[in-house]
Design a protein around this ligand. Structure first.
Ligand code: SF4
Ligand code: SF4
Length: 228
């Protein structure tokens, strides 16, 4: 099994729902965004670029690429970063010592250092709730999701391990209003991702790094966004 995600750049409307949904479901602390949506060629959100005199705006959502040859994993001195049997690259928060070697090694700049805990939320009746999905998830002893993870760890997209372990899809996929994100097993020819990719023109990010990402982009036919 090799879990992967397809992001169709023709469908993405740049609403950033995926980024917000990801943040809320994964209890990402203030300032941390596991999933970000970039506008190539436009330094500020809301600015379109002109191609052949015509305005055009395109979007590239970027999160962990779940590389098969993950440099973040090979540099981790404690074994905190590992790849599980679904091909998902994870961080064991119990083992992470916050050295940030992995942040330096990742060519996609998707890992972020956690400077502080996620806030708890107080309801009107005075009760306190966890921010994000409330239950801890451990895999073979590894702590790979908890809304109360310690500050001082490095975090990133887990393909929503707390949901995929239950047979559900990542929150960004179910929350995308344009159905631009598809999740499934790249090794299964009948999976939703394999079927979706049939006949499509695709690319991966940063192939020069030989990281072999499992996030695959369907090229935009609206403009020139084939590879960034
Ligand atoms: Fe694009 Fe979907 Fe993310 Fe909106 S939610 S920015 S349409 S991928
Ligand atoms: Fe590691 Fe970065 Fe690849 Fe994710 S994108 S697996 S953090 S090297």
């Amino acid at each position: 099994m090799r879990y992967g995600m397809v992001v169709d750049l023709d469908r993405c409307i740049g609403c950033r729902s995926c980024a917000v949904i990801c943040k809320t479901h994964n209890a990402e602390p203030e300032g941390i965004w596991w999933n970000r949506v970039f506008v190539p060629g436009a330094p500020e959100y809301g600015t379109s670029v002109k191609v052949n005199g015509a305005p055009r705006m395109e979007f590239v959502p970027i999160s962990c690429q779940h590389c098969e040859n993950a440099p973040c994993q090979s540099v981790c001195p404690t074994g905190a970063t590992y790849t599980d049997d679904t091909g998902t690259v994870l961080v064991d928060y119990d083992r992470c010592i916050g050295c940030r070697y992995c942040m330096t090694a990742c060519p996609y700049n998707v890992r972020q250092f956690n400077w502080g805990k996620s806030p708890d939320i107080k309801s009107a009746d005075g009760k306190t709730y966890s921010y994000g999905y409330p239950e801890e998830y451990r895999e073979n002893g590894h702590l790979v999701y908890t809304p109360h993870r310690p500050d001082g760890v490095v975090e990133k997209c887990t393909f929503c391990k707390q949901y995929t372990s239950q047979g559900l899809e990542p929150a960004c996929c179910s929350g995308c209003p344009a159905n631009a994100r598809i999740f499934g097993d790249l090794d299964d020819p009948n999976s939703s991702v394999s079927k979706y990719l049939e006949g499509k023109k695709t690319f991966i990010l940063g192939k020069e790094h030989n990281t072999r990402p499992k996030v695959i982009y369907v090229s935009s036919t609206r403009g020139t966004l084939q590879e960034v």
